[in-house]
Write a protein that binds this ligand. Structure first.
Ligand code: ASP
Length: 438
């Protein structure tokens, strides 16, 4: 029988009604054997996620304030779920222990992780599944990075003991046993790690949206859902701001060739989006898979006559970036010019030093820095086989009366990156969307 690992996001577990829905999804398919829950999320827009309530407790303790009200809110939310589900389950010992541990400075990550932990206990009880505490199977190294080898060995061993189990997302433990979390949204990563160690046939990631969209619905009205996308396309789009899945969640399953299916908990019969290693078929009508973009970039432009024949010029510029621990986004260049595109937030407070250092090693005719750049990535595996994609993008932007400040096309032709002024960002994105999807 195939094996599926299923991860449910916070909104899918926000209250008892959602728990029931989640249980019916799991029980409707016996291959859904390992379940990774997030902590209960928002029930309505002004609501607070359980994880944020735990962070608030931590901050209150640090500043010497009482956590009674906030912690009371957490406890009553979990108790409400338990009683609405009609479960005979008393977590008061756990609540007491967690509160004391937090008051005795068990750390920020410990506090943040307890939402997943408690949610996992309740879900396991409700489903009649075993509970595997992530602290015993997900490990980090001394330097804080994920310990893939140790985790994989522990997980393979542990999972083989169970037919069904719930493993809370988002956290694991350090070599000294303290709790550490992944970045926010990190339950997606846990799900991917478990899918790999369980040798799953499919990693289902259940959320509150119908799938991965072709563009940001806050910018474009009713964007269509992408039915199939490759890992590489998704990575490009996720990096440029399209979120549904945590971008680090792709690596564990990608290496193992396990597809991910983004599914909507509120409409389980819909197909959602399949994320796969390769998708050979491409549809002439769908040359572009998706469009995403971000504001907040700066460009350093270096101009020097005869730059093209000066050996080592690029290396010297890149060495300055390396010494400053900066990673660049793009490096468009001309015969006598080189531009470095960087995230503005990364260079804040050290732009003068950066310019001085680059000038010292390159002796340019001029060097300048400009902020306010937005980047838009047009991504599609079908682009390589189609003529005129770039022309269509540029004409659409031209017709919208927008000036293009930068263009970068990777030689693998998976994407074309356009840099525009931040104030033109949304209009440019809409213009490209309308050209390819309307
Ligand atoms: N609960 C955590 C967060 O809010 C992790 C997750 O939901 O994936 O970021």
């Amino acid at each position: 029988m195939p094996l599926k690992v299923v991860k449910f996001g916070g909104t899918s577990l926000a209250d008892a009604a959602h728990f029931r829905q989640v249980a019916s999804i799991i029980k409707s398919d016996l291959s859904r054997r390992f379940v990774v829950p997030s902590a209960p999320g928002k029930r309505f827009p002004e609501d607070t996620k359980i994880t944020d309530l735990f962070y608030r407790c931590y901050d209150q303790i640090r500043s010497g304030r009482s956590i009674d009200v906030t912690y009371g809110e957490i406890v009553s939310r979990f108790n409400q779920i338990i009683s609405d589900l009609g479960l005979d389950f008393d977590l008061s010992g756990e609540y007491e222990y967690i509160k004391n541990a937090m008051l005795h400075r068990s750390g920020r990550d410990f506090a943040a992780s307890r939402g997943e932990y408690l949610c996992g206990l309740i879900l396991a009880k409700y489903l009649g599944f075993s509970f595997i505490d992530a602290e015993n199977v997900i490990f980090f190294k001394e330097n804080g990075s994920f310990d893939e080898e140790r985790t994989d060995a522990a997980l393979r061993n542990e999972l083989s003991n169970y037919k069904n189990a719930v493993v809370p997302g988002f956290y694991g433990s350090m070599p000294n046993g303290t709790i550490k979390t992944f970045p926010r949204g990190g339950s997606d990563i846990t799900g991917a790690i478990i899918a790999r160690s369980a040798d799953a046939d499919l990693y289902e990631n259940w959320t509150d949206v119908p799938g991965f969209m072709t563009a940001d619905p806050r910018i474009v009205d009713n964007p269509c859902i992408i039915d199939t996308i490759t890992y590489r396309e998704l990575r490009e789009l996720a990096y440029m701001g399209a979120t549904v899945l945590h971008e680090d969640a792709i690596f564990p399953v990608r290496h193992a060739g396990i597809p991910i299916n983004i599914k909507n908990t509120n409409a389980p019969e819909e197909k959602g989006t399949m994320i796969v290693a390769s998708a050979p078929d491409y549809d002439k009508k769908r040359i572009v898979t998706g469009i995403a973009g971000k504001r907040g970039f700066s460009v350093i432009t270096i101009i020097k006559d005869m730059m093209n024949s000066e050996i080592g010029f690029g290396r010297r510029v890149l060495e300055v970036l390396e010494d400053n621990e900066l990673s660049f986004e793009h490096l468009p260049s001309g015969i006598d010019t080189m531009s470095v595109v960087l995230a503005t937030a990364d260079i804040e407070g050290r732009r003068e030093r950066l310019l001085t250092q680059i000038s010292r090693v390159t002796r340019p005719d001029s060097i300048s820095i400009e902020d306010g750049l937005a980047l838009i990535a047009v991504v599609g595996r079908g682009m390589i086989k189609s003529k005129g994609v770039a022309a269509r993008i540029f004409s659409a932007i031209y017709a919208a009366g927008i000036n293009i400040r930068m263009i970068d096309q990777g030689s693998c032709e998976l994407n074309i990156i356009i840099g525009v002024d931040e104030r033109d960002f949304e209009n440019a994105l809409r213009a490209i969307y309308n050209e390819f999807f309307k």
